[in-house]
Design a protein around this ligand. Structure first.
Ligand SMILES: NC(=O)c1ccc[n+]([C@@H]2O[C@H](COP(=O)([O-])OP(=O)(O)OC[C@H]3O[C@@H](n4cnc5c(N)ncnc54)[C@H](OP(=O)(O)O)[C@@H]3O)[C@@H](O)[C@H]2O)c1
Length: 276
């Protein structure tokens, strides 16, 4: 299975499909992540707040694929914002993951009321400069927040991971990313906890291509250069989610999907949402 890639302004190259790991914990989670690697996944997305960095560490040690071929992303939680707090949190993540270096380190939520994400960003710039982190990025940042990082530190994130699926396509933010070499990553790409996978328009398009609805949704992401990180605990569904590089959605399909726009599923607006 050949998975297309995209490259950010700092040279970070990501496969357009990675593995989400929220809910993949302990022995079952380890088995699920190993099966994903066997199917061809190379990007593994974890976070302190998923409580599974140790499981990801076990996966790295047991992986049939060498460490240098895996891209491990983890995230700084809101309760650790601040320069020194970020440094300490990073060390804890490294210890739990059992690695010297983290490939992609992300701020999980901006928590603007705390107003310390710039301090964390400065710490992350230092970690990258010291070679302890491959690339640095953020999640759930708005355009003004990205601009603030750029204007205060001169360094823009390589990645912004945001809620993104056919119900919430994030057009204006993606345009900003494109203009600045920031890779757009989609969380909940399959619209978890919504009726997206039962949508009749998507079902119709899926039938016409002889693929599943999830494949239409993920093809919609990758065809627009978005890195999607679907989570699945099942080996067959993982394989299905990766198999989206041998068919193409027509302009007409894309136009029909564009009409599905509704807004956020989760209601988690980064300007107000707090997550510690
Ligand atoms: N940065 C952030 O703030 C943030 C927020 C949320 C999520 N994330 C990241 O994004 C990842 C993905 O988001 P998500 O886990 O919320 O949701 P998602 O990937 O949109 O959906 C996952 C759900 O879809 C099911 N599924 C997967 N493949 C399927 C298939 N082929 N057919 C039918 N059902 C399928 C899964 O069930 P099975 O497991 O049973 O297959 C699971 O219930 C997370 O795991 C996490 O890594 C980040």
């Amino acid at each position: 299975m050949s998975v297309a890639t995209r490259t950010a302004h700092d040279g970070l190259t990501l496969p357009l499909i990675g593995l989400g790991t929220y809910g993949l914990n302990d022995a079952d989670g380890v088995a699920a992540m190993l099966s994903a690697i066997e199917s061809g996944y190379r990007l593994i997305d974890t976070a302190v707040n998923y409580g599974n960095e140790e499981s990801v560490g076990e996966v790295i040690r047991r992986s049939p694929v060498p460490r240098e071929d895996l891209i491990i992303a983890t995230k700084l939680p809101g309760r650790h914002h601040g320069f020194d707090e970020t440094m300490a949190s990073f060390d804890e993540s490294r210890r739990r993951l059992g690695v010297d270096r983290i490939d992609l380190y992300l701020i999980h939520w901006p928590n603007p009321s705390v107003n310390r994400y710039v301090d964390s960003w400065q710490a992350m710039i230092e970690l990258a400069g010291d070679g302890l982190v491959g690339s640095i990025g953020v999640c759930n940042f708005t355009q003004p927040m990205l601009e603030r990082l750029g204007s205060t530190t001169g360094v823009l994130p390589s990645v912004n991971q945001v809620e993104l699926h056919p119900y919430f396509s994030q057009g204006p933010l993606r345009d900003f990313h494109e203009a600045h070499g920031i890779l757009t990553q989609a969380w909940s790409p399959l619209g978890r906890k919504s009726d997206l996978l039962e949508n009749s328009v998507l079902a119709d398009i899926a039938r016409s291509h002889g693929v599943s609805v999830t494949q239409v949704v993920l093809r919609w992401h990758v065809q627009q250069g978005i890195v999607a990180i679907p989570k699945s605990s099942d080996a067959q569904r993982q394989q299905q989610n990766l198999a989206v590089f041998d068919f193409e959605l027509a302009d007409e399909d894309m136009a029909r999907i564009a009409e599905l726009e509704r807004g956020r599923i989760w209601g988690a607006d980064p300007d107000t949402h707090e997550e510690m």
